[in-house]
Every structure is written in C-alpha cells, then in structure tokens.
Design a protein around this ligand. Structure first.
Ligand code: HEC
Length: 127
C-alpha cells in the first residue's frame, strides 16, 4: 500500500520534471547559476524594484505572491500585466520600458522561482 503510493509519487514527480523541462524558459544549475536571459530577468527585477510590492523573495507584500501568480498566466498574459499594465486599475503599475528582452527575462526568472527551481536571492551567470 505504502509502496504503491510511493511509486505514484515518483511517477508524478518524473512527469512534472519532464513537463518543466519541455516548457522551461530558463536554465538553472545548483539553484542560482542561470543562463543569460534569466540573468537579464534578475537584473530587471532589481532595477524595476518589483520587490517594493511583491517582496524580495517574490512571496508577496502589497502585491500578491508571484510564486503563485506565475502558475496562473501564460507568458503573453504576464507581459500584458507587467508591461502594458492590464491590472493597473488594481494597483499593478504598467512598465512600458520593460518591453522586449527585459520582459522575456523577467518571465524566465520568475517562472524559475515559481517552479521552485531557482533559489531565492541573488543569481549568477553560468560558466
Ligand atoms: C506599486 C506596487 C507594485 C509594483 C512596483 C509592482 N507590482 Fe505587480 N502587482 C501589484 C499589485 C497591487 C498587484 C495585484 C493586481 C491585481 O489585483 O490584479 C500586482 C500584480 C502583479 C502580477 C499578477 C499576479 C497575480 O497573481 O494575478 C504580476 C505577474 C506582477 N504584478 C508582476 C510584477 C513585476 C514583474 C513587477 C516589476 C517589474 C511588479 N509587478 C511591480 C503591485 C505592484
């Protein structure tokens, strides 16, 4: 009984990993070494000071947790909220200056945080 349950957990974990690998917009090693795009995302996160409202570890403050938030939206929806300000009426300011690779990077970085693959805090370029 317990054994059967464990097999289920392992299979579910494998399926989740496979899905994450198919879809992952980021590459990460050892929790904090990331590819160039994700690095741009981290720098953009810091420069735009998203943490003022969403918390240094993306877990929410005035604004909601982005660990949870990134599970709800496609990349296009994310960009709509962050860049175009589609939630501006609810307190999320538009950031038109983040268009393009900065928004791409932000999505990659936050997706990695939401997936639990990127550790909280500073990240570093991969070798
Ligand atoms: C002035 C405070 C503030 C700043 C700065 C801010 N946000 Fe927000 N953000 C909010 C609030 C408030 C909401 C909730 C809006 C709503 O209810 O839909 C939100 C919502 C969001 C959502 C949707 C979350 C969800 O669960 O629906 C995303 C994604 C998001 N913000 C990303 C960012 C990013 C990335 C940055 C930095 C570029 C940023 N925010 C900067 C206040 C802020």
């Amino acid at each position: 009984m317990i054994r059967k349950h464990l097999v289920g957990i392992v299979l579910a974990a494998m399926a989740t990993t496979a899905m994450a690998q198919d879809a992952a917009p980021y590459t990460v090693a050892e929790g904090n070494k990331v590819d160039a795009k994700t690095m741009t995302g981290w720098r953009t996160w810091r420069a735009a000071a998203c943490e003022r409202c969403h918390g240094a570890n993306q877990e929410g403050m005035v604004g909601p947790s982005l660990i949870e938030g990134l599970k709800k939206y496609t990349k296009a929806e994310f960009i709509g909220i962050v860049v175009d300000g589609s939630h501006a009426d609810r307190g999320m300011p538009p950031h038109p200056f983040l268009k393009g690779e900065k928004a791409d990077g932000l999505y990659a970085y936050l997706k990695g945080r939401s997936d639990g693959k990127i550790a909280p805090g500073k990240v570093f370029p991969m070798e």
